[in-house]
Design a protein around this ligand. Structure first.
Ligand SMILES: CCCCC/C=C\C/C=C\CCC/C=C/C(=O)SCCNC(=O)CCNC(=O)[C@H](O)C(C)(C)COP(=O)(O)OP(=O)(O)OC[C@H]1O[C@@H](n2cnc3c(N)ncnc32)[C@H](O)[C@@H]1OP(=O)(O)O
Length: 285
């Protein structure tokens, strides 16, 4: 078994917070999971400093944790991060730049599996977006059924800005949340929305002033399912998302081949290299 389970006496409240599910096999400890004893809801916190970049290991941990919580019949999941300023900085571009093609294939397959697990999860999910959430971070947030965000951060799919074409698996959950026209424009512009703007267009559902307030709002959302039959609820969700899930399952190999072909092009490699350099030099200016 991947996680050890113990029950916590108190929910996620400052220093009384209690870690009760701990990853046993992940040597990097890149995910923390707590279960609130009162509600039965699990909080999954990404914990890969400094900015929770999605590398192969973190992606695999996210998939395994979802599968584990489904097996444990978790009643609801809140996805957040241990950072004070970043939910997730998105894909770790070092996985894409000058890649070992075998690992690149493994990386994208893992990303597809993570998306299938979170977008199609049987358990209700809410994202507590307690920091910036570009690109892959936004994908994770939009896989969840509800989003509560803290102020003065940004969220969106900015791939076009640095020359990447967002593949279907990146676009679908975004399209599921936003009106088509807004989604198309935002993708073409590579736009990152402020928390306020994200609320106005419906990319997030609520704002919260603090992480604690955000947690309470996520709990309140998850509690809306308390009186609903869990099997009916999860089948309804999965049928709603069924076509998206089936399309990726059936098209997985083609999606993988397209991704590898796109990312390994000389021009894309040059852009990725420049972007990494820009990110690295950002604070020196
Ligand atoms: C035609 C057919 C088409 C088929 C399509 C097929 C394929 C398409 C191909 C690919 C699509 C893939 C989709 C991609 C999704 C992604 O997620 S790409 C990543 C996008 N992410 C970003 O753009 C975020 C960039 N980062 C930031 O804006 C900031 O870092 C921040 C997240 C706001 C946090 O800021 P701050 O707290 O100030 O931290 P730093 O900027 O100092 O960052 C800390 C260190 O981390 C490095 N870093 C940051 N982000 C990344 C990243 N994404 N990848 C790698 N490294 C990153 C940063 O350089 C710092 O490191 P150093 O201190 O410089 O060493």
């Amino acid at each position: 078994m991947f996680f050890q389970i113990t029950k916590a006496a108190t929910p996620l409240t400052g220093c009384r917070r209690q870690l009760i599910l701990r990853s046993l096999s992940s040597s990097t400890n890149n995910i923390q999971i707590e279960v609130d004893n009162k509600t039965g809801f699990a909080t999954v916190s990404m914990n890969r400093p400094p900015v929770n970049l999605l590398n192969l290991e973190l992606i695999n941990s996210l998939t395994r944790s979802m599968k584990e919580m489904e097996q444990n019949k978790s009643r609801g999941i809140i996805l957040t991060s241990t950072s004070n300023s970043v939910f997730s900085g998105g894909l770790d571009i070092k996985e894409l730049y000058r890649p070992d093609v075998q690992r690149l294939r493994e990386f994208w397959t893992a990303f597809q599996d993570m998306w299938l697990a979170w977008y199609g999860s049987a358990v209700p999910t809410a994202a507590l977006i307690n920091g910036h959430s570009p690109a892959g971070g936004c994908v994770l947030a939009t896989c969840c059924e509800y989003r509560v965000m803290l102020p003065k951060f940004t969220i969106g799919l900015n791939e076009a800005k640095f020359g990447l074409v967002p593949p279907p698996v990146v676009r679908i959950s975004f399209k599921n949340v936003l009106p088509l026209r807004i989604a198309e424009l935002a993708l073409c512009q590579g736009k990152l929305f402020t928390s306020n703007d994200a609320l106005n267009i419906g990319l997030i559902d609520e704002l919260a002033k603090t992480k604690e307030e955000g947690y309470e709002k996520c709990v309140k959302f998850l509690q809306t399912f308390r009186k609903v039959d869990p099997v009916a609820r999860s089948l309804t969700k999965q049928q709603f998302r069924g076509k998206d899930l089936d399309d990726l399952r059936k098209g997985k190999q083609k999606d993988l081949n397209d991704f590898v072909e796109h990312v390994t092009q000389d021009d894309i490699q040059m852009r990725l290299g420049l972007y990494l350099e820009q990110l690295h030099n950002r604070k020196k200016k």
